[in-house]
Design a protein. Structure first.
Lengths: 181, 254
C-alpha cells in the first residue's frame, strides 16, 4: 500500500472505437501496480457517467458531434492534466475521413440513398447530439498537455507516459513506442 | 580543391568533392541529416527545408548549399530539430496523412522523420483539404492527399524516365501535383509501374495496386530502425523494395 494519496484518473472515448481503451487494458498485470497509485473516476471501466475533479484525464477519439465537445470541455475543466490518446484524438483519425464530404450529402447517403434505407429518414430526435460539420482533433478546441500517438498506441507507450505522469516527469516516447499508424 | 577537403558536421569531419552540397557529402560519408525532398540520385530541389542546418552560424538548406572547406555545420541541435518538427507538422496538417490506412506506413520518410523528431501531435489546425484520388491507372494508385510537393516524381519522370509525366502546378498554398496527360488522369499518361518516378515517392502518393501488406506492419524499413540510423534512407528503401520484388512469397506482385 502506498502512503501517498491516489491520483484520480478519468477516461473517455469520444469519436473513437475504444481500441485505445483496449490498449490501456493491454498493460495487463501492470494494471495492479497502476491501481496502487490511481483510482478511476468517470471511465468506461467504472461506468461512472459524470467526471469529477481529477488529476489526469485520458481522452480517446476526436470530436464529431456537439456532445463530444461538451464532454471534452468538461474534462478540461475537471482535469489538471489532459492526455490525447491515439490517432483520432490527435488528428481526427478514421472519423475525419468524412471531412472532404459535405454533411448533408453524408446523412443523405447513409440514411436515404443506401440500398436497404429506401424508407429511412435522417434521425432528428432532439436527444441526439448534432453532428459537427467536420471532425476535429482535441487540440483544436482545448489545451492538451500530452499526446500518445498510434492507432492504437501500444500498451507500452501508454504505460510509459502514465508512469511518467505519476512520477511527475515527462518521458518522451522513443523509436518503437512513437508510431503514427 | 583536393578531394580531401573537409567541413565539420556537428564536430565530425566530413570529406567532400568539389561541387558536392553539404547534404550530398554527408550522405556519402554516412552521416544523417533529416531530409524529404532530397534523393541522392537527383538534382537537389531545396523545397522542403527539413535539411536546414546552420552553416557558419547562418541557416541554409544543406541539400542546395555547396560544401566549403572548413565550414562549421550544425545539424543535430535541439533548436534546429524544433524547427524541423514544426516544418513536418505543417506538412501533416496541409494534407490528409492518415497513416493507419496508408500502405506506405513504415516505409514512409515523412512518417519516419516525424517519429524521429519526436512529433507526437500535429500542433497546428488541420486544413483537411479535399483532394480526390486518381485510381484510373490499372497498376497504380495516385493519392494526392499525401503529397508533400517534393517534386521527386517530377524530376524522376523528366530526368530518368524521359516522360515528363508529372508537374507541380499553381503557386503557394494552391501548389499541387498534376499529371501531364490530355485528361489529367494517370491512365491517360504513359506512366508504367516500372518507371523510376513511381518508386521515388517518399510518402504514399504513388502506390502499386494489389500489393498491400506484402510486408507486414512492424517489419518495414523504418519499423526496424529509426530513419536517423541510416544516412541514406532512400538507398535503404530501394534495397528493401528490391528484396520485395525478387523471387519468393513476396515477389511477383499481382
Amino acid at each position: 500500500m502506498s502512503a501517498r494519496p491516489k491520483l484520480r484518473v478519468a477516461t473517455t472515448s469520444l469519436a473513437g472505437c475504444f481500441g485505445c481503451h483496449m490498449s490501456l487494458l493491454d498493460i495487463d498485470e501492470r494494471l495492479f501496480a497502476l491501481l496502487e497509485r490511481v483510482e478511476f473516476d468517470r471511465s468506461p471501466i467504472t461506468d461512472v457517467k459524470e467526471v469529477g475533479n481529477c488529476d489526469v484525464g485520458l481522452i480517446e477519439g476526436g470530436l464529431c458531434n456537439a456532445e463530444n465537445v461538451e464532454v471534452l470541455r468538461e474534462f478540461r475543466r475537471r482535469c489538471k492534466v489532459l492526455v490525447a490518446v491515439g490517432a483520432c484524438a490527435i488528428n481526427g483519425g478514421l472519423p475525419a475521413q468524412r471531412n472532404p464530404l459535405s454533411l448533408p450529402l453524408l446523412l443523405q447517403e447513409v440514411y436515404r440513398s443506401e440500398p436497404g434505407a429506401r424508407f429511412g429518414r435522417i434521425p432528428d430526435d432532439p436527444e441526439l447530439p448534432l453532428p459537427l460539420n467536420k471532425v476535429h482533433p482535441l487540440h483544436e478546441v482545448v489545451r492538451i498537455d500530452h499526446f500518445i500517438p498510434g492507432c492504437p498506441p501500444s500498451a507500452d507507450a501508454i504505460w510509459k507516459v502514465l508512469t511518467g505522469l505519476l512520477a511527475g516527469e515527462e518521458r518522451p516516447l522513443d523509436h518503437g513506442l512513437i508510431h503514427l499508424d | 580543391m583536393s578531394a580531401t577537403a573537409t567541413f565539420t558536421l556537428d564536430g565530425r569531419a566530413i570529406a567532400f568533392n568539389e561541387g558536392q552540397t553539404i547534404l550530398q557529402a554527408a550522405v556519402a560519408a554516412g552521416a544523417y541529416i533529416p531530409h524529404l525532398c532530397f534523393h541522392p540520385d537527383f538534382k537537389p530541389h531545396g523545397s522542403c527545408k527539413v535539411c536546414t542546418v546552420r552553416v557558419n552560424g547562418r541557416h541554409a538548406a544543406s541539400c542546395t548549399t555547396r560544401a566549403a572547406p572548413g565550414a562549421v555545420v550544425e545539424s543535430d541541435t535541439p533548436a534546429i530539430n524544433d524547427e524541423r518538427r514544426a516544418l513536418v507538422q505543417m506538412l501533416f496538417v496541409e494534407g490528409n496523412h492518415f497513416c493507419p490506412s496508408c500502405e506506405k506506413s513504415g516505409n514512409c520518410k515523412l512518417q519516419a522523420t516525424a517519429c524521429d523528431l519526436g512529433m507526437v501531435s500535429p500542433h497546428f489546425d488541420h486544413f483537411y483539404p479535399d483532394r480526390p484520388v486518381d485510381a484510373s491507372h490499372p497498376e497504380l494508385l495516385l493519392d494526392f492527399n499525401r503529397c508533400i510537393l517534393c517534386s521527386l516524381c517530377v524530376r524522376a519522370s523528366r530526368d530518368v524516365d524521359r516522360k515528363n509525366a508529372f508537374a507541380l502546378s499553381g503557386r503557394g498554398i494552391r501548389t499541387r501535383l498534376i499529371v501531364n496527360s490530355r485528361t489529367g488522369r494517370l491512365a491517360d499518361s504513359d506512366v508504367t509501374a516500372a518507371d523510376k518516378a513511381v518508386h521515388v515517392c517518399p510518402v504514399g502518393v504513388i502506390l502499386a495496386k494489389r500489393r498491400g501488406f506484402e510486408v507486414p506492419l512492424g517489419q518495414r524499413v523504418f519499423d526496424l530502425k529509426p530513419i536517423s540510423a541510416m544516412a541514406d534512407p532512400s538507398a535503404a528503401l530501394e534495397r528493401a523494395a528490391a528484396r520485395g520484388r525478387g523471387p519468393g512469397p513476396r515477389g511477383g506482385g499481382t
